[in-house]
Ligand binder design. Structure first.
Ligand code: ADP
Length: 272
């Protein structure tokens, strides 16, 4: 069995995935999800809906209770996290405080026993990508929150992973910086041949950044669609309400023919 819209060319597949932490309550109920090569896919949903658990199963820090996860055609349910070659960015950066910026970036390459000259070259490129070349000798405590976040992003990119997972990476930043970083992350995604799986509970962030969005509620994907389709054609009341909340100025949730849907008050289908 293939996942939702599963077909060759899909890069990540969750197939009939279930997860329980206590042996009883399913926090991921029956996840079928296909993620395409190179796309920016966001897991969006309220707190506790199973987004992080799904991401952690893909990263290898949690094991599915049932089902199968494939990465590039290989079953990875039991593969150790470091063997998956996946870059990760979290909200709390997780930088090494005693290391400089460039030492932080070199670390994942040293772990992979890369030759010194290659390490220098890759660190240089990653620093340029996030515009932090000037800050290379500083330690994390000597950087602003936004700069620390960019170091974390550079560290996830530095070993050229094919897949990057981000869990609420901008959650700790103020609104202006968050919007700036959204654009920066989008640019980096467009520049690199990399697939991004992004977790957020922020509807407008998901709609602005993603090629497709999987809307989670209570351990179930309610809808998987492009931002425009989610906005214009929500498949159920939950999606309509959840997406509609971020578009109060332009759309309202309304009941038509006994079905809830979004009525667009400015007559445009655009999301921005
Ligand atoms: P989200 O990322 O959407 O906020 P999570 O995947 O973090 O949701 O959590 C889904 C559910 O699983 C929640 O009810 C949460 O309390 C529970 N949960 C998450 N991690 C653990 C854990 N390590 N042990 C037990 N329960 C957990």
């Amino acid at each position: 069995r293939r996942g939702l819209a599963g077909k060759p060319g899909d890069f990540v597949e969750f197939i009939d995935i279930q997860k329980t932490y206590d042996g009883e309550t399913l926090v991921v109920k029956n996840l079928n999800l296909s993620i395409r090569h190179g796309e920016f896919l966001t897991l969006l949903g309220p707190s506790g809906s199973g987004k992080t658990t799904s991401l952690m199963m893909l990263a290898g820090f949690e094991v599915p209770t049932q089902g199968r996860i494939e990465l590039d055609g290989r079953r990875i349910n039991d593969m150790a996290p470091h063997k998956r070659d996946i870059g990760m960015v979290f909200q709390n950066y997780a930088l090494f405080p005693h290391m400089t910026v460039e030492e932080n970036l070199a670390f994942p390459l040293q772990v992979r026993r890369m030759p010194r000259a290659d390490i220098e070259q890759k660190v240089e490129r990653a620093l340029e990508m996030v515009q932090l070349s000037q800050m290379r000798k500083r330690r994390p405590a000597q950087l602003s929150g936004g700069q620390q976040q960019r170091v974390a992003l550079a560290r996830a990119l530095v070993f050229d992973p094919k897949l990057i997972l981000m869990d609420e990476p901008l959650g700790a930043l103020d609104k202006q910086l968050r919007e700036h970083m959204q654009i920066e992350i989008k640019h980096i995604h467009q520049k690199l041949d990399v697939t991004v799986v992004y977790v957020t509970h922020d509807q407008s962030e998901a709609l602005t950044m993603s090629d497709r969005v999987a809307v989670f509620n209570d351990g179930v994907v309610q809808q998987l669609a492009t931002p425009t389709d989610l906005y214009e054609r929500p498949e159920n009341a939950f999606v309509a309400q959840f997406i509609g909340e971020s578009n109060k100025l332009r759309g309202v949730v309304s009941s038509q023919n006994g079905k809830e849907c979004i009525v667009n008050v400015n007559g445009h289908g655009d999301v921005r």
